[in-house]
Design a protein around this ligand. Structure first.
Ligand code: AQP
Length: 326
């Protein structure tokens, strides 16, 4: 079983990234052959400050290891260290209908909120397909926001296989039962996101405990006092789901426990559960983040392993489409 999933070295990673992706990556690595790229080629689809990008690529590697990714088991690497990603993306772009990309929800959203953007904002789902198909991944653990991108990767794999013969494994997206879409604490109609408008709405894995408590205390709720999941209670629903994801309890158990207690004690417990979850990660991160030489070594080893697999796939692709070998 081969697994691939990537993460961008931008912003500080939040509970959505953790429940939707990172924690599942840690669980998968015991069972499967896992490839986890830090996708810096994706990060530059919007402008990045070079010093900051370099720094956040290494800090993200430290955060992933602190969260439990074991570089001896999983292949942790930087996407730009393996040139086959960009090379396969070009081949796939040549067979991707323009209309399919214009319909992608993230393109529609970001093209409206950014004053100027490059064409890569339109084409990056094809690069994402290349990331997955290069490693012949069977499964791709991601959050719900990636569902349409995964469909595109499947379509491209099937289209390529039909036209040129069996070349790619057709991947399937896998989504968690809880935490597939963690919502913003200030605007529970929106997904919790790095580029969210209000910092108060986003709980970051590296937030100090007092910030976490403040964010949970200030989370928007309705004026009632019933701890219950319901479409007319999106704020409370978000907090119940976060507590369920952090504690492993079901939403029903949580609702039962807080019957009649009001929002105060419930919110305090949500904050405690998050602090308990992130404290050991923060401690390990503080130990790792300054050892740049070790992080660089780990990423170089990962790139060598990733390159060996990626080069084989690209060679098969080039043969299939009729390129003359070098
Ligand atoms: N709110 C979320 N709930 C569940 N899963 C989420 N993911 C992101 N937000 C949520 C999942 O996290 C993984 C890595 O995402 P990423 O950092 O590479 O990029 P992203 O999805 O673009 O993250 P952001 O925070 O939302 O950044 P912006 O604001 O720049 O778009 C993916 O598996 C994703 O599904």
């Amino acid at each position: 079983m081969r697994i691939l999933s990537g993460i961008q070295p931008t912003g500080e990673k939040h509970l959505g990234n953790y429940f939707g992706a990172i924690r599942r990556w840690v669980n998968e690595q015991a069972e499967a052959d896992c490839f986890y790229p830090i996708v810096d080629l994706h990060a530059i689809t919007v402008a990045q400050e070079p010093t900051e990008l370099r720094k956040s690529t290494l800090s993200l590697a430290a955060l992933l290891i602190a969260s439990g990714i074991d570089p001896e088991r999983a292949t942790l690497f930087v996407q730009s260290h393996v040139p086959e990603h960009a090379r396969l993306a070009w081949v796939l772009e040549c067979m991707t209908p323009y209309g399919d990309l214009r319909r992608m929800p993230q393109y529609r959203e970001k093209s409206q909120t950014h004053a100027a953007f490059g064409v890569a904002l339109l084409t990056y789902p094809v690069l994402q397909a290349a990331d997955i198909l290069l490693y012949q991944a069977d499964a791709v653990p991601v959050g719900e926001d990636q569902r349409q991108h995964l469909e595109l990767a499947r379509d491209l794999a099937q289209r390529f296989n039909n036209r040129f013969g069996e070349t790619f494994t057709v991947p399937r997206g896998t989504y968690p039962e809880v935490g597939a879409k963690v919502m913003d604490l200030q605007d529970p109609a929106m997904r919790m996101s790095t580029s969210s408008e209000s910092d108060l709405g986003v709980v970051r894995i590296l937030d100090p405990p007092e910030h976490i408590r403040k964010k949970i205390r200030s989370a928007v709720t309705d004026s009632g006092r019933e701890v219950r999941r319901s479409p007319d209670k999106p704020g409370i629903t978000t907090l119940i789901e976060i507590l369920a994801a952090a504690s492993g309890e079901s939403a029903e158990q949580i609702q039962e426990r807080y019957t009649g207690s009001g929002y105060g004690p419930f919110k305090a417990d949500v904050a405690d559960a998050i602090v308990e979850l992130v404290t050991p990660i923060q401690r390990r991160y503080a130990e790792l983040r300054n050892d740049q030489a070790e992080l660089t070594r780990i990423l170089a080893r990962g790139a060598t392993k990733a390159h060996a697999v990626a080069a084989q796939t690209l060679q098969r692709v080039h043969e299939a489409i009729g390129f003359v070998p070098p």
